[in-house]
Design a protein around this ligand. Structure first.
Ligand code: CMX
Ligand code: CO
Length: 142
């Protein structure tokens, strides 16, 4: 069951400058940062609030590490902005299977590693009314 908005993924050209914008404008601090080479991103997670399922909601700021990555390609085409939305679940395998059964393309056969050791998969934006959609189970949940 999807129980929260885990994060909003925001593509940017310069992670440090974008982090500084969110800090100076809203007072949001970096909760965690990492490079995910498989996804081709350098990212910063800004924790916005805790949620009733024991998880939390974040902004995920994303700078591409290479031009041919998903975020790199998207930035070249669209410029900066909202790249994807991620729903949190305690069981990404089960929810991905359920969505696949409804005819939505799930991009990975098995979930891959996301922020902070989470397990993630993606639904094709063309099957989701134009929204690239991620499903995520955070490490604490499995
Ligand atoms: N939101 C909405 N639509 C998108 C999109 C996005 N983020 N990215 C691509 N599209 C659309 C394109 O506009 C294009 O539409 P048109 O054909 O109408 O022009 C279509 O999807 C195909 O796009 P593309 O530029 O040819 O890109 P690809 O098909 O090579 O890749 C996708 C698209 C979704 C398969 C790829 O971005 C992907 O695998 N994404 C999942 C991984 C990811 O995004 N990782 C980064 C985040 C990591 C994290 O969250 O931890
Ligand atoms: Co994400």
């Amino acid at each position: 069951m999807l129980t929260r908005i885990d994060h909003i993924g925001i593509a940017c050209f310069d992670l440090d400058r974008t982090v500084e914008f969110y800090r100076a404008t809203y007072g949001f601090e970096v909760y965690h940062s990492e490079v995910n080479e498989e996804q081709g991103v350098r990212e910063a997670m800004l924790r916005i609030n805790g949620t009733s399922d024991g998880g939390a909601s974040y902004l995920q700021l994303l700078e591409p590490t290479r031009e041919d990555s998903a975020v790199g390609k998207w930035l070249a085409k669209n410029g900066e902005g909202v790249h994807h939305i991620a729903f949190g679940t305690e069981d990404v395998d089960q929810d991905a299977a359920a969505v696949r059964d409804k005819g939505v393309r799930v991009l990975y056969d098995e979930p891959r590693t996301g922020s902070m050791g989470s397990r993630i998969t993606f639904l094709h934006p063309k099957d989701c009314h134009g929204v690239l959609t991620e499903l995520v189970t955070s490490r604490a949940e499995h």
